[in-house]
Design a protein around this ligand. Sequence first.
Ligand SMILES: *Cc1c(COP(=O)(O)O)cnc(C)c1O
Length: 388
Amino acid sequence: MREQSKLIRSQTTRSSNREHSVPLYLTSSFVFDNAEHGRAMFADEVEGNLYSRYSNPNTSEFINKIVEMEGAEAGLAFASGMAAVFASIAGLLRSGDHIVAFRSVFGSTHQLFTQLLPRWGITTTYVDASKPEYFEKALRPETKMVFLETPSNPGLELVDLEWLGRLKKKHNFILNVDNCFATPYLQKPIEYGADLVSHSATKYMDGQGRVLGGVVVGRADLMKELMFFIRHTGPAMSAFNAWTISKSLETLTLRMDRHCSNALKVAEALEKNQEVEEVRYPHLPSHPQYELAKRQMKQGGGVVTFTVKGGFERAKIFMDELKMILLTPNLGDSRSIATHPASTTHSKLSDEERAQIGIYPGTIRISVGLEDLDDILEDIFTALKNSI
Ligand SMILES: *Cc1c(COP(=O)(O)O)cnc(C)c1O
């Protein structure tokens, strides 16, 4: 079967009730056939479900879909995207290890690198990824991992995955990519040599702003080490969330096509507007890495970032003038969302740090939803006009 069909048709074994749609397995533990089976399960001699902190039919189904899509060997599901990102680092590194990371990372990932991991002796060096050579310059003998997001949030800067895949062949590090913004439909980092791919499933995978979730997929040996970490620290995804997200994946590619076509039209229209200073969208020819975006991403994604003339004061009026689009710190929802990164998701950074990653006082991030394009455009451009 091809990708879209697999997303719809892969499911856990049908029970004796012969259900068509996958049922929700709300059970903490699973029954052993007999005492010998219990011993063998705990000794890892046989496969199967034992306890829902370890595995559950709903989480396994969800994981299998992402493993297939990303072209990975194995995967694990988590309670949230941050639990996934944290485990993909803390489950593999130890005190004294060093990370080289693209400086434009998700807000909580930034707190993890700068405030939390140093407590356990894991340090991070940030690099500007406009030239991939910067990653090589920052490598040290103790560098165990290179971590990045592409495209980044909210600056929509890209990292050249092919170049990094080649760098990895020369140096021995784990290449860990947060692929949340692109989804495996638009971009498959493992094809370029990534060892691990993490996601916040809260975003496009659920796609309707209902549940939190995370997933890490990649090399089987690394997943085995991570499995040990999560079994004994407990950040497992709930069966309910796995069931919800697995159902949503049936429409992932359809939804992404619409997110992307709406977002491209919004970006093109914003670029023509006098009140807008700068528009960022990977598949706009004016994007500084347009060629790379065309090569690396099937479509430009669902997020558009732009900067209004007149700074924060103007941005505030614009956001308060929006009628349909609401202000909330999420993205990847079927409903369009507006966010002001400098005062919310990236408020912990200094003005200088923000400017380096393309966030100015007048910058607004729109997660373009699935509504009728004309309604989205009308809301944005009426609010822009009323903010003058
Ligand atoms: C939202 C997000 C996360 C964190 O995911 P949660 O599910 O909110 O914990 C991590 N990385 C990126 C790029 C995100 O957008």
